[in-house]
Design a protein around this ligand. Structure first.
Ligand code: SF4
Ligand code: SF4
Length: 296
């Protein structure tokens, strides 16, 4: 009211004006030097006043989610297992979702079997057509294509420099980590590690198989070694083992009673089944023998 808002705004402007000179004094002659720390500080929340960026000697630090053209992530050169290996599996999803259709992929082939392999033989992006939407990076299931911060691509020759081939597109994982430290951490958490998702899955599978093998190698315990048969079961088993076995019902009961005895390891179902069948055969043979003896 009565121009107080205007005065307040002017006060902010004057404060910025004065702060600019205070900042000049703070940095002295180094204000426009190329010291990166100095420059980064001036772009942070600690910066005071207004300043001019002396491009191209100085460049704005890009925010982490800034996106320009895409690049392909590959393993670092000092990777212990697969240096320089593509993260791209040439699944083709990025090429499908790209709105202006500026991605072209040739899938790799096994030289012997001629079957497709999960890596691109060729990968091209026409960066003059790319509209920097970032869909390719959003949809890639392998975190293999990312949006770069490099925006200085002007040139007079479109055909050789603006169609990026696989060599031009490939950048090591540490580069991606350096321009997007927070995003890479989030992605690694989602994948379950810093490696390519396929490597993480293979490691998990190998660990499971090793655990299975270790469990199988442990000495097997008898199925019912700790189970003490009830008096009724024991009596039933004993009575059925005598020569009074003379009916199919009793044979079945014998099988049931004998199956509960601790002479077959629980960890081998095939051996258990074979033992049961052998006992059944023996019981039937005894029954037939008794029958024949009675008839004669
Ligand atoms: S960059 Fe990603 S989405 Fe595109 S082909 Fe490679 S793995 Fe598939
Ligand atoms: S950023 Fe968008 S336009 Fe550019 S290649 Fe990726 S999907 Fe296509």
């Amino acid at each position: 009211m009565y121009g107080r808002g205007i005065l307040k705004g002017l006060g902010v402007t004057i404060k910025h004006f004065i702060d600019t000179y205070i900042d000049d004094l703070r940095y002295g002659l180094n204000k426009y030097s190329k010291f990166e720390d100095n420059f980064t500080q001036r772009q942070s929340h600690e910066a005071r006043g207004a300043f001019t960026i002396q491009y191209p000697d100085e460049k704005m630090a890009m925010p982490e989610r800034f996106r320009f053209t895409p690049f392909l992530v590959v393993n670092d050169d000092d990777h212990p297992d697969a240096p320089g290996q593509d993260w791209c599996t040439s699944c083709g999803i990025c090429a499908k979702v790209c709105p202006p259709q500026c991605i072209w992929i040739v899938r790799g082939q096994d030289p012997v079997t001629k079957r497709p392999i999960p890596e691109p033989e060729a990968f091209y992006i026409d960066i003059d057509i790319c509209m920097n939407c970032g869909f390719c990076a959003e949809f890639c299931p392998f975190d293999a294509i990312k949006m770069d911060h490099d925006y200085e691509m002007a040139s007079y020759d479109r055909t050789t420099t603006h169609i990026h081939d696989k060599n031009r597109l490939q950048k090591p994982f540490t580069y991606w980590r350096s321009i997007a430290p927070q995003i890479t951490v989030e992605e690694a958490e989602a994948r379950g590690g810093w490696e390519h998702v396929d490597v993480i899955k293979a490691k998990e599978k190998a660990a499971k198989e090793a655990a299975k093998k270790a469990a199988a190698a442990e000495p097997a315990k008898p199925a019912t070694a700790d189970v003490i048969p009830t008096g009724e079961q024991a009596a039933q088993g004993e009575s059925l083992k005598t020569d009074t076995v003379d009916s199919a019902a009793n044979v079945a009961a014998l099988n049931r009673a004998e199956a509960s005895t601790p002479d077959t390891p629980a960890s081998d179902p095939d051996a258990e089944k074979a033992a049961r069948l052998a006992k059944r055969e023996a019981a039937l043979a005894r029954k037939h023998a008794k029958k024949e003896g009675g008839e004669s």
